[in-house]
Design a protein around this ligand. Structure first.
Ligand code: SF4
Length: 412
């Protein structure tokens, strides 16, 4: 059985330059703009993939239901023209349907050269912008290799508002080497003053996708450049677990004081402005995905991804004349029932309303939940029935809880 996808992710794999910590599937420089730009052909390929995915769902007997969310992520999707965004949204609406109140998000980089045509995106039907601010401290931004300045973030928020966007998210990063507690506090205060409806704050992660075997021909990551590898190795030395915990606590306190609901471990929203798209991921709803490196889920037991390499993606979808296009290379993971229950508990506990007492009693997670309750990292709450949620301390130590909810947790 396959569930009807209610969310669609579209990956735009281009940025003007590459940030050294970035693990997303991104090509920069000549591929992103100018005469050798590959943006237009990638957009053509996305249209072909959209048709093939919709055909595959129809062939599997999945009835279309209007999408509740479309998310244009990247990369820097704001590098697309308004016409390209309009074309993709129109095509998605024709093939999948788009609910009249759907959340339609575009990720926007705040630099003047990559902010894009906000008014055009709004006119195309986008109603939410997610702005990659990361920090409001010029030194931290420079250290991260970002192109924009703090003023550009404020300008982008103002431009989005002027273009008619009522919903905006600011993405922030903490545990950044060289970031002082004072600098982080100033970033949070500045972010609150800009009054977005949603704030995401994630710790900087510096995993090595090559070491994890994710960069092969069907891997969903690209190899890390030698320069980025060096930068990461230096940056890792400057990270500090205790400082990261303090900065997370500062974010929790500052954003709560400003009236944001801490509805997910790393996400805060004005009531009613929670990200519907990300809620679909945390609730394990079926979602479709297009573009190199994009991940989809059938809502039950199959996770699928496209390989990260753009050449192979384009070759499959835009073959020589006379050759039929086919779905791009990638992989699938089939999840057994026990893993699915473990996954549902871990994802559900990321949310402030946690999981039902019934799912907390599933054999695969029951011992881990009992441990978390005894350790004060989880608590019983009442929200339309008995539920289990993480405590504030449990949010800080969520990995300690999650590792105990895995099917092989006996080894912990
Ligand atoms: S702007 Fe974002 S997506 Fe682009 S390279 Fe930097 S971190 Fe990656």
């Amino acid at each position: 059985m396959v569930a009807v996808p209610r969310a669609l992710y579209v990956h735009i794999p281009f940025c003007l330059s590459l940030c050294p910590y970035c693990d997303f599937v991104v090509l920069a420089g000549r591929a992103a703009r100018g005469p050798a730009s590959r943006v237009a052909e990638t957009v053509r390929a996305l249209h072909v993939e959209l048709d093939l995915r919709a055909d595959a769902l129809a062939a599997a007997g999945v009835e279309a239901a209007p999408l509740a969310s479309v998310y244009l992520g990247g990369g820097t999707p704001s590098l697309l023209s308004a016409e390209q965004v309009d074309g993709l949204l129109d095509h998605a609406a024709r093939r999948f349907g788009l609910a009249s109140d759907a959340e339609v998000t575009i990720e926007v980089n705040p630099g003047p050269a990559d902010r894009g045509d906000l008014a055009g995106f709004r006119a195309a039907g986008v109603n939410r912008v997610s702005i990659g601010a990361q920090s409001l401290d010029a030194e931290v931004l420079a250290h991260l290799g970002r192109r924009h300045r703090p003023e550009d973030v404020a300008d982008t928020v103002a431009a989005a508002r002027a273009a008619g966007f009522a919903n905006s998210n600011l993405d922030l990063l903490y545990d950044v080497p060289g970031q002082t507690p004072e600098s982080w506090q100033r970033t949070l205060t500045g972010a609150v003053e800009l009054d977005p409806t949603h704030v995401s704050a994630y710790a900087l992660t510096l995993d090595d996708p090559e070491a994890e075997g994710l960069t092969g021909p069907v891997g969903d990551h690209l190899p890390v450049t030698p320069g980025a590898r060096k930068w990461r190795s230096r940056a890792r030395d400057g990270q500090d677990e205790d400082r990261a915990a303090d900065e997370y606590a500062t974010a929790c306190a500052s954003l709560a004081a400003a009236g944001y609901r801490h509805y997910e471990l790393s996400n805060w929203a004005r009531p009613g402005s929670e990200s519907r798209h990300n809620l679909a991921y945390w609730r394990r709803d079926a979602h479709e995905a297009l573009g190199p490196g994009a991940h989809a889920f059938d809502g039950v037991s199959v996770r699928r991804w496209n390989a990260a390499r753009l050449d192979a993606y384009l070759a499959a979808l835009l073959p020589a004349e006379g050759v039929a296009p086919c779905l791009p290379p990638g992989g699938t993971d089939r999840i057994d029932a026990e893993t699915a229950r473990s996954e549902a508990a871990i994802l559900g506990l990321r949310l402030d309303d946690g999981i039902t007492a019934e799912s907390a009693a599933e054999p695969v997670v029951a011992a881990g939940i009992a441990w978390a309750l005894a350790a004060g990292l989880a608590e019983r709450i009442e929200r339309e029935g008995p539920r289990i949620a993480l405590t504030p301390r449990g949010r800080l130590l969520s990995n300690e809880v999650f590792v105990r909810l895995l099917p092989d947790a006996d080894a912990v």
